[in-house]
Design a protein around this ligand. Structure first.
Ligand code: ADP
Ligand code: MG
Length: 239
């Protein structure tokens, strides 16, 4: 586990657009933090910089106290869950979950015990031999999470993981994600444009607009004490 610090982090894309502008966020070890804001406000760019999938243009990113700006994604020890599940269609659920451990060349017995544990936590035991095509959307999303937790990473990064699910499943998975985080206690950065998710899932919420942080606070603080009209409107408007 680890804390994550963004210290005046900016991202300028090669075409010159400033997607993220001098963002300061201190995420505590074990915290569940939400990045929320309208489409195009810089949520994915911020997450991708934490993951190492995008270079940081200026500023510093620290994970567990160390600067990681120049570190490759695989050396950051964090797991990402995307909205598209990115499962391997030709592999069983078991092999999909095991994949990162197979890559890391763990022994067969170690892999089997870690995969079983993840399957138990996510209630996937009875689906282990199925292919992704024969699973529901919610089950697929759980497999994607299984693949993330099996590595026991320092942090989880989730980019709108529920946006492909129907409303009922979204509510159910929201509860499961909360439970999972409470059980594992792993630092989690969760991106959503959904106000309800933002106000119910996280310990704290970062509201972004046009690449700038508008406010950081607990859901209660944002609700009771919005920093400006944008935050008030965004938090207060129906999901
Ligand atoms: P969000 O995830 O909040 O919808 P993004 O982080 O994807 O926002 O995008 C933030 C801004 O950066 C947007 O204006 C978007 O058009 C721009 N952007 C995203 N990716 C690229 C890219 N590869 N090249 C140029 N601009 C990009
Ligand atoms: Mg996005």
């Amino acid at each position: 586990m680890a804390d994550i610090v963004l210290d005046k982090v900016s991202k300028k894309y090669p075409d010159g657009s400033l997607a993220v502008s001098e963002v300061n966020i201190e995420i505590a070890d074990g915290e569940f933090i939400i990045l929320v804001g309208p489409s195009g406000c810089g949520k994915s760019t911020t997450l991708n910089m934490i993951a190492g999938l995008e270079d940081i243009s200026s500023g510093e990113l620290r994970i567990g106290g160390s600067r990681v700006n120049e570190k490759a994604p695989k050396d950051r020890d964090i797991a990402m869950v995307f909205q598209s599940y990115a499962l391997y269609p030709h592999m069983s659920v078991r092999d999909n979950i095991a994949f990162p451990l197979t890559l890391a060349k763990l022994s067969k017995s170690e892999i089997a015990s870690k995969v079983d544990e993840a399957a138990k936590i996510l209630d996937l035991g009875q689906y282990m031999d199925r292919k992704p095509a024969n699973l529901s959307g919610g089950q697929r999303q759980r497999v994607a999470m299984g693949r993330a937790i099996v590595r026991n990473p320092k942090a989880f990064l989730m980019d709108e993981p529920l946006s492909n699910l129907d409303a009922k499943l979204r509510v159910q998975m929201r509860t499961e994600i909360s439970r999972l985080q409470q059980r594992l206690g792993t630092t989690t950065v969760y991106v959503t444009h959904d106000q309800t998710e933002a106000m119910t899932l996280g310990d704290r919420v970062v509201v972004l607009r046009g690449g700038h942080v508008q406010q950081i606070g607990s859901p209660q603080e944002l609700y009771a004490n919005p920093a400006n009209l944008f935050v008030a409107g965004f938090i207060g408007s129906p999901a």
